[in-house]
Design a protein around this ligand. Structure first.
Ligand code: DAH
Length: 334
């Protein structure tokens, strides 16, 4: 019996040492010392032991019980102090680099355009996004029945208030409050009811306006040529095409030779070899009567360009919607 008890003790201690967590310790406690546990059974069977050995066996059983109980108590305390799942801190690991923010590609292009034109003497100004019909249309020689006012293109806030459809109303606002000479550029958001791979309901434009004495079409050509050469490279070929805008006369559209195919013709340039990049012209004298400028003394030129279009050509992007999806995989590339 004594031999069996000592073997039981060794077995119990081995199991306790291997136990993980309080639940396993408790299982072992019940296995050996529960009501029907192995040690408790020994106590009950003590009557079967020869009478002279009974005190010895009883004593030994109690000692083993005490030993195991003490061991379990100890193990429980250590467990509580050292939760098994506690992560180890390795102070030698290199730190995690934070995500760096940076400017949006549209902001990058606006900044670049403004920087080039500022150096040429243009001052950066801004105007309201929510605009009076008067500045957006009327004062730009766009009469009430002009198709540009169509409800299908313009977001109307009320009968006389719109979300500006272009940055040109800033021309009218500046001339109204400032006497010539004027040379300004005005970047900003514009809004039109339009949405597909090349149109979004909100996009960006930059407007330019210069009014002084003796300004002619040559000044406009020189200014835009210098600007586009700085923007797209000095070997960029451009052409001025006759066009129409209600607020300029004569009007032109400026194309650059396709930057994708170098003028050979591809999908981006609709196989023409040319890309339309901006609208421009001499300020129509009809505008001067709204702002009390004397058309016999002053003349000027204006131009306007879409920022998304320039950004798409500069960075080779074929879907305008990408600029506004805030997909980190796209934005991280700039
Ligand atoms: N406002 C015109 C548009 O949104 C662009 C434009 C054309 C602006 C000719 C100008 C200009 O200043 O002279 O399509």
């Amino acid at each position: 019996m004594q031999k069996y008890l000592l073997e039981l003790e060794q077995k119990a201690l081995l199991e306790l040492k291997a136990a993980k967590g309080a639940a396993e310790l408790d299982k072992i406690r019940i296995k050996y010392m529960g009501k029907k546990g192995l040690l408790s059974t020994c106590m009950r069977k003590i009557r079967e032991v020869p009478p002279d050995q009974r005190p010895e066996v009883g004593k030994l059983t109690n000692i083993i019980k005490k030993k195991l109980t003490a061991y379990i108590k100890d193990a429980r305390l250590t467990n509580a102090r050292q939760p098994a799942a506690s992560p180890r801190l390795d102070v030698t690991l290199p730190g995690r680099e934070p995500l760096w923010g940076h400017a949006h590609p549209i902001t990058l292009v606006i900044d670049e355009v403004c920087q080039i034109l500022s150096k040429m003497g243009f001052m950066v100004v801004e105007g309201p996004n929510v605009e009076l019909d008067y500045y957006n249309f009327e004062a730009l020689n766009i009469p009430k029945d002009h198709p540009a006012r169509d409800m299908q293109d313009t977001f109307y806030i009320s009968k006389n208030i719109v979300l500006r459809t272009h940055t040109s109303p800033i021309q009218a606002r500046i001339m109204e409050t400032t006497a010539p000479p004027i040379s300004i550029i005005a970047p900003g958001k514009v809004y039109r009811k339009d949405s597909d791979v090349s149109h979004t309901p909100m996009f960006h434009q930059i407007e330019g306006l210069l009014v002084d004495q003796d300004i002619n079409f040559g000044d406009l050509k020189g200014t835009l040529t210098l600007f586009l050469h700085q923007m797209f490279g000095s070997d960029t070929t451009l052409r001025f095409r006759p066009s129409f805008f209600p607020f300029t006369e004569p009007s032109a559209e400026v194309d650059i030779q396709c930057v994708i195919c170098n003028g050979k013709g591809c999908r981006t340039c609709s196989h023409t070899g040319w890309l339309e990049i901006l609208g421009a012209g001499m300020v129509d004298p009809a505008l001067y009567k709204f702002v009390n400028y004397d058309p016999d003394i002053y003349s000027g030129f204006a131009f306007g360009m879409g920022i998304e279009r320039i950004a798409m050509l500069k960075y080779g992007i074929n879907d305008i919607q990408l600029f506004f999806k805030n997909d980190m995989r796209f934005l991280k590339q700039f």
